[in-house]
Write a protein that binds this ligand. Sequence first.
Ligand SMILES: [Mn+2]
Length: 194
Amino acid sequence: MAMRKTNISRKTKETKVSVYLNLDGKGKYDIKTTLPFFDHMLSAFAKHGLFDLKIVARGDREIDDHHLLEDIGLSLGMAVRKCLGNKKGIGRYGNFLMPMDEALSYVVIDISDRPHLKYNVRFNKTYDEKFNFDLIEDFFQALVAESKITLHIAMKSGRNNHHIAEAVFKGFGKALSMAVAIKGKGVPSTKGKL
Ligand SMILES: [Mn+2]
C-alpha cells in the first residue's frame, strides 16, 4: 500500500526546498517560497486538489527566479511519485476544464511512468517585475521529469496573466486529484506495471 503522504528535502548550492504532501488531505496549505504570487498559485493547486501541502523554499533569487521555480517543481514531482508508490488502485487518468473569468485552461494527466509535458500556454509579454510567467513552463517541466507523469496543459482562452496562471494551477489540482484517487485494487495497466 502506498504511503499517500511524504516529506521531501532537497538542498543544492542554489536552492533549499522542503515539501510535505498528503494526497488524501483536506486542501490545507502553508506555502512559503519567497515569491508571493507563486505562493498564491501553489495554494490554489492544494486547495482545489484537496491536497495538504506545505512548502518552504528559498533560493538564489539575486540571479533570477529560475533555479527556485525549477527546484520547487523537482521537489513536488518527487513528492508525488513517492506518495504513489506502486500505483495500485489509482484512477491513473485525470482531466479538467477550469475557468477563471475570461481564462479557460484544459489540463490532462496520465500517471504513466513516461515523463512528457505538452505545454500550450501563452502569457502576455507585458513586463511584470514581481513574477516571470515564462518560468511556469520550467516549473511544470521539472515536476513532470521527477513525477514521471504525462501532462498536457492548454489554454482555450485568456487575457489576463494572473487569470491564465490561476486557471492552470487550479486545473492541475483538480486533474491530479482525479488521477491519484483510489478507484480499484490492481495496477491500472495491461502491462501490470506502471
Ligand atoms: Mn488570484
